[in-house]
Write a protein that binds this ligand. Structure first.
Ligand code: ASP
Length: 439
């Protein structure tokens, strides 16, 4: 029988009434056997996420401030959830034990992880499911990455013979034996890890949106939903700033060819977005799947005659930025030119001046120019590479909107075209590209 792993995010865990819907969702499909939960998220827009309160509790604890007062809202939140669910569950003892262990451990990761721990304890009890503590089944290697060899068999052993299990997301045990968390939003990763371990047929990620939109709704009103997307396309888009899913969470499932489906807990009937490995991917029939972008890049333009025949030219330039610890976003190049596209924030505090001087010293360019306030816009879709005239349409649309293109880079994966425009033209450019390919 195939099994599905469902991860429910913070808003799905925010209050008792939503957890009731979560139970209905899980029970409506017998393949939904393994559930991974986040800590309670925001109930309304200016509410505080429980994890943020816990980080504040840790600060209070180590600085000798009012830890008890800080932890009180955490207790109140779980008491309210248990009450709303009408459960006969001794949450008080669990909260007190948790408080004691937080004081004993005095560790930021431990304290932060308790939102997921408590959320999973309550959910497991409410579902009549087995609680499997991530502490015992998710392990990190000494370098801080997931210890896959130890983790997958441990999860598999823990679920053996279990009908329905609930795991807390976000944490596991570090190589030093202490609780360690993933980065923020990391319950997405936990869900993917469990899905991988049990060879799930699908990893369902339940959020508060009906999947990905083809572009930023703050820029284009009511953009189309993306029904299907490939892992590769998502990478190209997420790296430019789309952030429904933690970007690291795709790696465990992608390796095992397990699709992900993004679903909306508040509108479970909506199709959501399915993310497929390339061999199972059926595009929607569109040339372009999505458009994403980011502002505030700096382009360092370097020109030198016969650059292409000077051995080691690019390498010398890259050594300069590497020495400064600056990472380069793109390197568009021509026969005698190359550009470094770098996030402007990485060049603050005198770094830009040093980089320019070092490039002069290293390669004596004929021209060295800096273009600031550049926004990058990626237009992404598998359909693009195989269809003649896509880039012509893209650039005509941008030109017709009166936008000056400062830089072009066609990713070597051939599923994206990135254009650099002035920050001021960012919104206008996204609108123009959207209109061309989606309206
Ligand atoms: N609760 C954690 C956070 O706020 C992890 C998660 O929600 O995925 O980052």
């Amino acid at each position: 029988m195939s099994v599905k792993v469902c991860k429910f995010g913070g808003t799905s865990m925010a209050a008792g009434n939503v957890i009731k819907s979560v139970k209905k969702i899980v029970e409506s499909d017998s393949e939904r056997k393994y559930v991974v939960v986040s800590a309670p998220g925001k109930r309304y827009s200016n509410d505080t996420k429980l994890t943020d309160i816990l980080y504040a509790c840790h600060t209070a604890l180590i600085s000798g401030e009012d830890f008890k007062g800080c932890f009180e809202p955490v207790k109140a939140r779980f008491r309210a959830i248990v009450k709303e669910l009408g459960m006969d569950f001794d949450i008080e003892s669990v909260l007190n034990q948790t408080e004691e262990r937080i004081k004993k451990e005095e560790s930021e990761d431990f304290t932060a992880s308790r939102g997921e721990y408590l959320s999973a304890r309550v959910t497991a009890e409410y579902f009549g499911a087995k609680f499997i503590d991530a502490e015992n089944v998710i392990f990190f290697a000494p370098d801080g990455t997931l210890d896959e060899a130890k983790t997958y068999p441990a999860i598999l052993a823990a679920v053996k013979g279990v009908k329905l299990a609930v795991f807390p997301g976000f944490y596991g045990t570090g190589a030093d034996g202490r609780i360690k968390t993933f980065s923020r939003g990391g319950s997405d990763i936990s869900g993917a890890v469990v899905a991988r371990a049990v060879s799930a047929s699908l990893y369902e990620n339940w959020t508060d949106v009906s999947g990905f939109l083809a572009c930023d709704p703050r820029i284009v009103e009511n953009p189309k939903n993306i029904k299907n997307i490939s892992y590769k396309e998502l990478r190209e888009l997420s790296y430019m700033g789309a952030n429904v899913l933690h970007s690291e969470s795709i790696f465990p499932v992608r390796k095992a060819n397990i699709p992900i489906q993004i679903k909306n807990t508040f509108r479970p009937e909506d199709a959501g977005t399915s993310i497929f490995p390339i061999n199972r991917y059926r595009p929607d029939g569109r040339l372009v799947t999505g458009i994403a972008g980011k502002k505030n890049f700096t382009v360092i333009f370097i020109e030198k005659s016969l650059m292409n025949s000077e051995v080691g030219f690019i390498s010398k330039v890259l050594q300069v930025v590497t020495r400064e610890g600056v990472s380069v976003e793109h390197i568009p190049s021509g026969i005698d030119t190359m550009s470094l596209v770098i996030e402007s924030s990485a060049l603050e505090g005198g770094v830009l001046e040093r980089v320019l001087q070092d490039i002069k010293n290293a390669v004596s360019p004929d021209t060295l120019r800096v273009i600031e306030n550049v926004a990058l816009i990626a237009t992404v879709g598998h359909g693009m590479s195989s269809s003649v005239g896509t880039s012509a349409r893209l650039f005509s649309a941008i030109a017709a909107a009166g936008i000056n293109v400062k830089m072009i880079d066609q990713g070597s994966s051939e599923i994206n075209i990135i254009v650099g425009v002035g920050n001021d033209d960012y919104e206008k450019c996204i609108k123009a590209v959207y209109r061309e390919f989606f309206r």
